[in-house]
Write a protein that binds this ligand. Sequence first.
Ligand SMILES: Nc1nc2c(ncn2[C@@H]2O[C@H](COP(=O)(O)OP(=O)(O)OP(=O)(O)O)[C@@H](O)[C@H]2O)c(=O)[nH]1
Ligand SMILES: [Mg+2]
Length: 382
Amino acid sequence: MEYVIIIAALVVVAVVIGGVLLVRPRRGRPRPPVEGPPERAGGATAVDEAGAPTVERAPPVEVPPQRPTVEIEKPPPGAGRLVRLRARLARSQNTFGKTLLGLLSRDTLDEDAWEEIEDTLISADMGTAVARQVTDDLRTRVQVLGTRTPDEVRGLLKEELLKQIGPDLDRSLRTETAGDRPAVMMVVGVNGTGKTTTCGKLGRVLVGDGKTVLLGAADTFRAAAADQLETWGSRVGARVVRKDEGADPASVAFDAVKQGIDTKVNVVIVDTAGRLHTKTGLMDELGKVKRVVEKQATVDEVLLVLDATTGQNGMQQARVFAEVVNITGVVLTKLDGTAKGGIVVQVQRELGVPVKLVGLGEGPDDLAPFEPEAFVDAILGD
Ligand SMILES: Nc1nc2c(ncn2[C@@H]2O[C@H](COP(=O)(O)OP(=O)(O)OP(=O)(O)O)[C@@H](O)[C@H]2O)c(=O)[nH]1
Ligand SMILES: [Mg+2]
């Protein structure tokens, strides 16, 4: 009997020890390091018999604040950019300037030569009326001058072109904050003219000038448009306010300006979707975006982005946009790809609004404040 009791006791001890050994390693085993968000940690959620989650879950994991994946850049300031980009401008406008200088330097300027001069001005998109006026002015002055040295011809032409471009127009961007409110800019135009690119480049110009910038992605037609803006913004540390695709663009613009006020940035730039000037509904929508923004801040600049390569079509667009939203400045893009720099003159005449910025390439810093003299110098060469 004693023998049986001893065996039973040994079995009990063995079972207890076995149980302890089985349980301890589980408790004591270090958990594998948890990676990823807490919801995913520990794999499938443990449940109790009743199917309810057990309390034993992976502890919440501190997610480190997101570090910017790109270096914040410090772009060059706006001033003097056109001079720096002059070579690009000279390349595209070269034929225009060279042809005019060549014609005006001829020993005898007959009727054909003057006609050619006028045609050259027209082919640069200066507009027929302006081209005629410039030709007539030049003709009078050349007669007075008699013989012409190359320097005199260049000087004459420079003066005439500058006069048409309007060297005294106020081309400054209104970027001053009003009290605690940021300056607000809207960027508008037909499809593909370079609006989003201009918002990004302009943000860089302003950051380069020491301002803080917020970008509003009010092009809600395509999510890609907001992504595009985010890429631009992240490079210079500018926050982007966006909403889902299909959201009301006016509400995005409103929120962008609100956040701009709350976070005390200097300038809010609102990108808008490209729209054909002939689509009344879309043009009305643009008017609404502006009105909604104006509920909390003045819209200081409405920049119309025109593709310099589109010629007369551009003028048509400009007129309609100017009717719907009060344009305060023109951005002429893609001037690097056309010899039709005369559009500067035409668009200013037509709208009574100055060209404030020019796009001279696809690079991030290929946007320059427009400077008439540097522009004419680039056209005529040194
Ligand atoms: N060469 C050159 N290309 C430019 C310039 N500005 C913009 N682009 C190019 O034009 C194309 C269209 O630019 P976006 O900024 O997307 O045009 P968008 O007006 O926003 O287009 P939508 O939003 O679709 O209406 C891009 O490939 C730009 O790189 C410029 O000054 N020169
Ligand atoms: Mg766009």
